[in-house]
Design a protein around this ligand. Structure first.
Ligand code: ADP
Ligand code: MG
Length: 558
């Protein structure tokens, strides 16, 4: 039978996997179990929502079977299975689900980056196996199919035999090499510990034949071994557990198992609400910016479960855009299983949960800022921009949520400060919160416009990102102090010198008129300035928009 070639990107990724760029090979089992669990979820969901199907809890399980003689490891599930077409589409292209949409060649060059960024899913099997065979029968189909591949050179699909609906993945485990051992993936104790570590909270039983020992009948000190099928995982979903039963590592494992990210979470938020509307949620703030975060492809959202059954993979309505970096899941008993996307949007319960989540995230971030400033700054370097866009895009509507989470560089200590820190140390005479915009902190510090303000001993916020000033314009003020650009025409600082300036202006009218005429069309006015110390001249903005902001506005497409 003719072999099908993998799609180009898939082939390259497979090559990398097979050459074991990824050091943590044991995760292949987590990936296969997670796929099995997803497939059972789909079947379970069908049974729950389709009255013509009867379902029995004990029909849903995953089974692991290792055989040293044939060097095979089987992962079998009673999930929804795959049709011939699905085999082709799902296993012929790496990570169809969209976790892996390669953008360009360059991104593929560094294997570490790729595997760090994307879910490798099913293909991770090739880290430990020479050959992978998938035998599957889809729900509603009479025909089973077999998919087989020995790696990057391609795969075959042919009709096959299988009694029941579901999927069986058979790995032919690699032979040990001089430097690497693969035998461990056939060892019962090793498999058990991998399952415990990564898949303990999978909702369906993961069964395996294990060896136990017992006293021989009639003996007092002689033991005998016997085999018994056991359920290895505890099956309690992590979000149903008490926080004090869980370690940081449990949350990290959950994050990685769920492919929320392939970094580690910077912080987790475990929420249990037991009010009129009940829900549990586990939310994460990622450590790294997802590769597509600041692109159009990025989709925000949380997984949504109804009584433990996944009903939506990315429920966007649960997160405001400015918290779109938050990953995780929500489970509520008060949501209906049959709920459709359209109904969800207007669902009162869902709105309540979303609002609740928003305020919890806000509070967590505030605590984070207060109690772990260094780590918060790490977070802010990645996602602060999104918070600022949040202020801007909502026309300041959610400023109560966001304004205390913002940080800006300041002239004072050349570090990030909060608005509250700024305002609380303002001298009495200072009326405004001053800011200056420019490309870098160094450049701003050298701007003539900052001289007078700095000379007064007033702190200046340094705005180096284009969104900074836009966001501030939406805030308008903080704790009744208005924001003022150091480049604005009227700094409102030196009252007494105003008279003097007027006199000087009269005296030098001829010169000023001449300059105005010469620069006509380029500047609006030429004035005597009180703000300069070391520089002979500076440009100021007319009205409330700074020169930087004008530049951005005029560069924007109409
Ligand atoms: P992901 O799980 O992120 O979609 P994978 O590479 O892990 O990516 O799996 C690819 C696809 O193959 C899955 O989305 C699913 O459609 C299909 N698949 C994999 N394993 C199974 C299984 N045991 N039963 C049914 N479908 C499966
Ligand atoms: Mg998967």
């Amino acid at each position: 039978m003719a072999k099908q070639a993998f799609k180009a990107e898939s082939k390259r990724l497979l090559d990398m996997m097979i050459n074991s760029i990824y050091s943590n090979r044991e995760i292949f089992l987590r990936e296969l179990i997670s796929n099995a669990s997803d497939a059972i979820d789909k079947m379970y969901y069908k049974a729950l929502t389709d009255d013509s199907l009867t379902f029995d809890q004990k029909d849903y399980y995953i089974k692991i079977d290792a055989d040293k003689d044939s060097r095979t490891l089987k992962v079998m599930d009673t999930g929804i299975g795959m049709t011939e077409e699905e085999l082709e589409n799902n296993l012929g292209v790496i990570a169809k689900s969209g976790s892996l949409a390669f953008k360009n060649e360059n991104e593929i060059k560094d294997g570490h980056d790729i595997i760090g960024q994307f879910g490798v899913g099913f293909y991770s099997a090739f880290m430990v196996a020479d050959k992978v065979t998938v035998i599957t029968k889809a729900f509603g189909s009479d025909q089973a199919y077999k998919w087989e591949s020995t790696g990057a050179d391609g795969y075959t699909i042919e009709p096959s035999e299988k009694e029941t609906v579901g999927t069986e993945i058979i790995l032919t485990i690699k032979e040990n090499t001089e430097d690497e051992s693969y035998d461990e993936y056939l060892e019962e104790y090793r498999l058990r510990s991998i399952i415990k570590k990564y898949s303990d909270f999978i909702r369906y039983p993961i069964k395996m034949e294990v060896t136990e020992s017992r006293l021989k009948e009639g003996c007092e000190d002689e033991f005998e071994e016997y085999k018994e099928e056991q359920t290895i995982n505890s099956m309690v979903p992590i979000w149903k557990k008490n926080k004090n039963e869980l370690t940081d590592e449990d949350y990290v494992n959950f994050y990685q198992e769920k492919h929320y990210g392939f970094d580690k979470p910077l912080k987790h938020i475990h929420i249990k609400v037991d009010g009129t509307i009940r829900y549990n949620a586990i939310l994460f703030i990622p450590e790294n910016i997802p590769f597509d975060y600041y692109s159009k492809e990025f989709e925000k959202g949380l997984e949504l479960y109804s009584s433990g059954v996944l009903i939506m993979e990315k429920c966007a309505d649960l997160l405001p855009d400015y918290f779109s970096f938050v990953k995780g899941m929500v489970d509520s008993e008060d949501l209906s299983l049959n709920i459709s996307r359209e109904i969800l949007q207007q669902d009162r319960q869902l709105k309540f949960i979303a609002k609740n989540i928003q305020s919890k995230i806000k509070r967590e971030l505030e605590n984070f800022l207060k109690n772990d400033r260094d780590k918060y700054e790490l977070f802010y370097n990645s996602f602060g921009r999104q918070l600022k866009f949040g202020v801007y895009n909502n026309f300041g509507q959610d400023k109560d949520v966001l304004q205390d989470l913002l940080l800006f560089y300041s002239s004072k200590e050349e570090k990030l400060v909060t608005l509250d820190e700024y305002v609380s140390r303002m001298p009495e005479a200072q009326k405004y919160i001053y800011y200056a915009t420019g490309e870098t902190n160094e450049r701003i510090a050298r701007m003539p416009q900052t001289e007078l303000v700095a000379d007064k001993g007033y702190e200046i916020l340094y705005f180096t990102e284009d969104v900074d000033e836009f966001a501030i314009k939406m805030l308008m003020s903080y704790k009744d102090k208005e924001f003022k650009s150091v480049a604005s025409g009227d700094l409102d600082i030196d009252e007494e010198s105003k008279e003097k300036t007027k006199a000087e202006e009269k005296e030098n009218k001829g010169l000023l008129d001449y300059m105005k005429e010469t620069l006509s069309g380029k500047v609006k006015d030429v004035k005597i300035s009180t703000r300069l110390k070391n520089h002979p001249v500076c440009l100021t903005a007319d009205g409330e928009v700074s020169i930087e902001m004008e530049k951005i506005l005029s560069a924007m497409p109409n």
